[in-house]
Design a protein around this ligand. Sequence first.
Ligand SMILES: [Zn+2]
Length: 611
Amino acid sequence: MAPVDPHSYTDGAHPVTKHADLAFYLDFAASTIHGSALLTLSAPHSGDLLLDTRNITVHSATTAADPPEPIPFSLAASPDPVLGSALTLTLPSDTTSFRLTFSTSPAASALQWLAPPQTSSGQPFVFSQCQSIHARSIFPCHDTPAARITFSLLLNLPAQLSAVAAARHVTRRDPLPSDHRGACDEATWCATGRIVEEFEMEQSVPPYLFAFAAGGIGSRDLGPRTRVYAEGGEKVLDEAAREFAGVEEMVKVGEALFGPYDWERFDLLVLPPSFPYGGMENPRMVFLTPTVIKGDAAGAQVVAHELAHSWTGNLITNKTNEDFWLNEGYTTYAERRIVEVVQGEERAALNMGIGWRGLNQMMERFKDNMEFTKLKPKMAGIDPDDVYSEVPYEKGFQFLWRIERQIGRPAFDEFTKKYIAKFKFQSIDTETFLEFLKANVPGIENQIDLHLWVEGTGIPPDAMEPDSAIYKKICSLASEFKSGKLPSEDEVAEWNGQEWELYLENLPTDVEASQVTALDERYKLSESRDYEVKVAFLQLAIRAGCKCYFNEVEKCLKQVGRMKYLRPLYSALAKCSSEEKMLAQRIFSEAREFYHPIARGVAESILSKQG
Ligand SMILES: [Zn+2]
């Protein structure tokens, strides 16, 4: 066995899946997918082949021949808590493709099924989130970014719903007897009141970028290659269309900086509030939390980030989660370059300042386990969701910015374009990046301590805070808070959410409850519609022991399932006395069904470690 990825059973000595023909029957009543997958390998193979699964029931494995022959298979009896269960197939000689039929579990870690009372359309809704290692809970696959696939997808759903996917939409049509492919029986597949949405993904992607959603979804055109989709009806679509009006311009800025946009369309799907991330860069169809719609610059910055992934992450993909910084560090760098053009240098500097603060907070979070402050940490046996942090984003950004400062922006821009052109549609590791860097920037290893940046813990001494007047002003106002000085109305007159977020994040950790309430009485931060501001304030309130805000904390934890908010709020409560810990446990037990399984797992892990 030659493992290619600590998070997959994929054997590097064997061929991997290169194409999947998928047919899914969505059973909303049972929160289950009944599926069929015809997998095609990169080369013929005989004997054992391992695939990743989690909580999947495999019904059959057969050859692609006519008539099909059964293929012996076995599922590991006891699942590994991180990896799930290996599915071992014993393939007849020279097999290139084979079919599996299977059913997902209602507990599938990638899927959230929402009942009609949980949605704003009053229709059921389901969506997927496969990063990092959850595609295996939807269909058996080589669930490693090292193995890129193309795919076709048939989604069979109730006719009053519609579906979207991170793939080209081919057609919406009646189900045909020929296309159930064993996912379920023909009568069920073709029953009255069902419809099939057909998709095709011709560009190869890592399995974590497989994505779809189905429900009462509407849409609005934004530009020639951009459209916004949402579940919340006309009002949400109006707001989203306003928020994202500048998206087409952003795509053009991205192309000027990083080369052609290779994914044809850049559509956006606004999900229900339980979506666990700010955004997910699913190609052709970015998934977004509704909390990014707030009418200021910050929402557009999340879109800039997901757009930047079109080059760094989706075109060039990290080979394993240990190289995650190649995705997120490069994308954070690219995001800020787009923001700089679209919103100006000051906005980019604020964004950078919030990131710098976040990176420093991560050093505190991981002070007992500095491995996860490395750009390339060792991840064997570690659940990526448990150690998800800003380190790959912000330390990765700092590393690339350091190189830019060393060689100058024009040379670094040229390097980035060359890097993207060279490795597009490939999955690479950190060593490959470093080799390419050294080959194209001769002598760089004598100017920057590359080893320290990649293998070292903590923040290297040549990392840098952003240099901007507004950033410095906000930091100095924050440091005056301890002596009892609040910022004046004049000083905050021009502030948006990001200025407040930066201010709150930079306040001293040990502030008095009376100071916290005084700040809120003047600026009503606990009532902010901007969750970044609200959550930053509520963390401060919890730390200062202001019990009067616990109602607001509870409301917030029950309204939005984005992990960026759940993680700090649950962590802050769990670090307090037993009363706050019990409060956290109660809120979680009441809110858990509202959370996506990934967010549920993360909250559970926070509460079990510190409870
Ligand atoms: Zn990202």
